[in-house]
Structures are given as structure tokens and as C-alpha cells.
Design a protein around this ligand. Sequence first.
Ligand code: MOS
Length: 746
Amino acid sequence: MDDLINMQGQGHVRLGSSAGQALTRRDGRLKVTGAATYAADNRPDGLLHAVLATAGIAKGRVAHLDVAAAEAHSGVVKVYTPGNAPKLAISPDEKIHPFVWRMETLTDDRVRYAGQPIALVLAETLEAATEGARLLAPRYGAEPHRVTLDDAEPFDTDTTAFGRPAAHSSGDVDSAREGAALHVQTTVETAPQYHNALEPHAITARWDGARLEIDTPNQAIGLSKQTFAAFLGIDPSQILLRSPFIGGGFGSKAILYGGQLLAVLAARDLDRPVKLVLRRDQMYGPVGHRAPTRQSLRVDLDETGTIAALEHDTVTLTSTFDQFLEAASNASHSLYAAPNLRTAHHGRRADVGTPGPMRAPGEAPGSAALEIAMDAAAQAAGMDPLEFRLKNYAESDPSTGLVFSSKALRECYAEAAKRFGWSGRPDAPRSLREGRLLKGWGMGTAQFPCPMFQATAHATLRADGTAVIETSAADMGQGAWTALAQIAADGLGIDLDKVEFRSGHSDLPDAGVAGGSGHTATAGTALFNAGADAVRQLAELATTDPASPLFGAGNAGVTARAGRLWRNDDERSESYEDILARAGLELVRGEGKGAREGEPERAMFAHGAVFAEVLVDPDLGQVRVSRLIGAFAAGRIINPRLARSQLVGGMIWGIGMALQEEAVHDPRTGRLTNADLAGYHVPVNADVPMIEAMTVHEDDPYVNALGIKGVGEIGVTGTVGAIGNAVWHATGVQPKRFPIHPESLI
Ligand code: MOS
């Protein structure tokens, strides 16, 4: 493996700094030995097992449930249906913050999509609850359904995901198009995808009088505590939400869903702890998905191959009762220098569960379509795809006019192209072979914004020179606990092995949302600031104490390193222990915040370039990715090992999106035909070639004080288009749809 690790130019690695070191995961041993506890591993005394019954039709109403049969089954304690389910304190449609979807809590007998919860069975054992749910044998009054983009109901909307504007226009696209020499029009569709975390959505809920303890995997611990409190009508201080580890989230665990609230309501109603774990098939519907898109792009060029106008239009689906629109067109806002730019989104409603954020929401399908369009444009201009992108990538964000806070994209293109050997690429499709297989080379540009959420943290320096740092973050496999601890150690100016990291539950300061690839930047900033605040207090003690060698140096005249404060003006230093001992203090405690203040004055993005090689069987249309190389500029890399893992993981996700991942509806029943890991294909080892993810040095002083960007999602972007373009180059067939089906190539 080691020879595949090719991380370059790690900025900011300095003596005594934890950040920048390729440490292994602090929780790795716990996880591989099974010692890490996930929500469903909790077994409080008196536990009841809950199993959801879910709808087998896509639209209509539940006409009959055989509750008597279920309740008569040995071990079954209670059956909740819309007739007797405990009620929420507020409307299930209340939007108390942008991460709230309708709480589907058995509010009525309507069926709005296949897989919707229609009853909850509580029993002494999982087996009894499962059998009880089966015995309900629902009968339905079915109504005609619509589940695809083609038959869904159009509606007008001003907003896409998280309330962002649905449309944007700058310049004059129509006039520019009229004056342009070359015109390219492409259409790309992307399939619905479902988050397939290894750990299903699960919850264990236990009431102790008015106090509620919840174990549930969650990407937004603080926010979710607020959400539970609001819908239950209790004070947030009464709730302890634990989420130390998440077995894969990908966005679906940033949102709370009705099932989790139902389990809590049942526990309160029955005065016993309740555990609910969704079955694999139940994760295809009630807990979000990535909606399908149909994207039309028009690129207009002058005779030199310079983009004159760019238009990106997306049609996508949401449910009949809630709204989340995949903001795919936004991918065109900021990557290529289009002086005239128009983007739009059109919503359609279908009888499906509400979509939600899924790794690189918007950007993943949007970038896939945009990169295909860019290759089409390059062909029209008679240019090499890389040459075309180098000519047309934006130096400032065309949608806002803001200058990029940093733009190391040219270096990404150069590094990845060199490593790949792109310069020898023949322009003509079907000109490379490997034995009887067609070989193709393609590329795509990667880009992802750098949002920050709101986080708080505490850092406590103790008399023995050790420290405790606290923030509520979960570790969902990405290595948050490791990277955040590295940043915290630097903030405190001590070695990482002296730091005790407390995290994973809601009684700690809120680490914000682990989403949008903004977690390390947000929570890391809070932790760093908390450490700096503690050090500031130490410096104040020492520099004002005549007995200290630091006396008179002033707060700004000392530097923290290796558990000591050092004078900047001579060699003298004093240990944290000595400063605290002389002051007679057990500890000092610092507090820190992480957030972006005010309106950004720069456009903040991470960038990258991905190059793919594919081999295509000319007779069977089977595609294999044989090489995948990406170079990314993602700001300061806190931990090269973990960053590489995230980037490679994103690129593998891109392989799945390009060639495999697809939820297929049966048009007759409105149900998914492949709601399991056998039928819903994701890449396995045999599908994954040698992958290289490099990072290029990027020092971005604007994105945040620590220069941190995200690495969790950007690997998906660029990759899908790169693979699609490689298939196009191999076969001469332009991809119109992802995943690419073999039959479309023969
Ligand atoms: Mo992600 S879709 O930002 O959890």
C-alpha cells in the first residue's frame, strides 16, 4: 500500500506541530477489535425491541392492519398505528431549522411512498417484534402513483436544497449565444442513489423520569438535541444524546427521521427503554436519498475555444410532502469562466421518500454533467480536454464576481496530468487498445465549496501538564477524533499524547454539523481557539508574575510549544506545570468558537483534477476503471493519511456513481426493485483499480485562520465526469446517463 501513498507538499508541517502528521486513527483499534460501541450495541435493562412496518404500495391509504393478530403474538407488547400513536408536541411539518424534514410519526393513514412507516411494533425480543410486524398484513386502498422524473408533477420553486436560490443569471446568455462561433448542447441524467452506510439508522432511547437518554448515530449532535427537544416538547437540557461513532453517514445521519422520534415516544409511553434498528431494505425510502437529475447544458464558444456563455438546467425530484432539490446546476457557478451564465432548477413531485443530502449533494451530479459538457465543448473547439480546461477555468467566481481565496487548480492539473501521462493522449476516440479491449482516457475538474458551521469547544490545562479537550463531535470513520485532537494539541502547545479528547455526546460543547466537508475547519477552529484561550491565561499568569522567567515579556511576547511558554526575546521558558503550581491553580480552562464571521469577501473552494483510464469490452460493453489519479488543493492538510483516505473514498464513490449505483423503481408497484446490497451495486475491491490521491500545497489565508478546507466530498466531484469522458474516448459513445449501462455502449 505504501507505494500508493503519494502525498506531496504538506504545508505547515513544523517542528512540534501535531497537525500535518500522518497519524493513525485514535479510535482505529477500538473499531477493528469491536470495542467501539454503536447505538444498536446498547442494551439497557428492560429493553423493548421496536420494528417498523413499512408500506408496500407507493400511494394510497392503509385500509386495514391486523393489529389483533400482532398483539396476540407471544412477546409483542404494543402496536402503534396512526390510530393510537403518541403525538408530537409540535406539527410534524414544523421547520425549526434547515436540517429538519417532516417527522413521519404515524400521523395519518395516508401512504405517500413505498417504504413509508405505517406502524411500529414493540416486543420483548427482536424476533417477536419482527413477527408482529409481519402479522399486521396490511391491506391498502391503492391509488395511481408516479415515481420517476418522466411522470412526476412539475412545480415552481424559488429555492433548492437548504433554501439556496434555484436560479442564477449573470451577463446576457442569449446575446452571447447569438454572437458565438460554436455551440454545444448536452443532456446528462443521473440515477437515484441511496446512502448505504454499513451501520443502519438505529436508536436506543431511555427515559429516566423527565430525563431522556438517546443513543443514535448522528452527524449534528447539538442540532439534533434541539430537534428532539422541540418535537417532544421538553427542554434540551433534559436530553443526553450520545453518538460517539457513526458507521457511515454520508449526509443521511445529519437529519433526524420520524422513526427515531417514534422510538423515543414509545419509550415514554411504555416507560421502558426502546431500541429501533432499521432493516437494510428500510433504509431505502424513509431516511433520504439522492434524487435523480436530468441536466441540460449549453456551452457557447468563440472561434478560439473560449467560453462565451454557459447554461445549466436541472430537473429533479422531491417528495409530495417535503422539499429537497438536488442543486446540480450550481456546479456551473464557479468553475469555468463564463462571462454569461444562466442556471436553473425545476422541481417535480413524485410518490417517493423525501431526498436529502448525500456526499457532495448537488456538486456530485452537477459536476458529472458539467465535465461531460466540457469535453463536448473541447471537441467542438478541436482542443485537447486539458488544454480546453486550462484555457477556460475561472480565476474568480463567475456567479459572484468574488476572487478565489486561493486557486491552486493549475497545479492540480499539472501534477495529476504528469503522473497520469496525459500528454500522449490521442484526440480521436477508439484509438487506444489493450488487447481486444478499448482503452480510453478522460479527465474532470473537481471542486467543492468550503462552508463553515458553528462550533464551540473547551480546553482545560491541568496542573500535571496534561489537558482535556471537549467538543461533541462523532467519529464517523473519517477520522474526526484524530484530526481534531491534532489541531487541539497545537492550540494548546502540547504533545498529542498529553491530550485527553472527550467527544461524542451532547453534554459537551457543540461541535456543529459534520457535513459540507466543513467539520474539521469548524470544530478544529473552535478547539484551536479554546487551546489558545487557555494558553493566553497561562501567559497572563506568568508574564505578570515577577517570580517567572517570563515576567515582563507580555502576552504577545511568548510562544507556546511542547508544554512550555517561551520568551520570544531570549532563550528562557517555563513549563505549564510550574506556572500553574506557582499560581496555586489546579487548572485553567479556555473556550473557543469556530465559525465564519460576516459575509465572505472571497470565493472559497477546494479544487482538484482527476484523470481516469478505462478498459471497455467492445462486445459486452463492460467497463473497468484501470487507473484513477487525482490531485487536490484542499488547503492545509491536518493529517495526510486520513485526508488521502477521504479523497480516495470519494473517488471510489465516483466509480460507483459513474458505473454502478442506481436505485431502480418498478413502475407497476412504485417500489424499488433493488433495495438491498445484493441488487444495489457499490464498488467492491475488484471494481477499484490503483488509485492515487495527491494533494498539492495550498496556503489559503482567507478560508479560515488555520487554512483548513474539506476533503470529504471533493473526491466525488470530477471523478464521475473523468470516468464518463474516458468511456467516451474509449468507445466514441457520449455518456447521456450515469451510471453508464453496458448496453448503451454496444
Ligand atoms: Mo454530507 S452530504 O455534507 O454529510
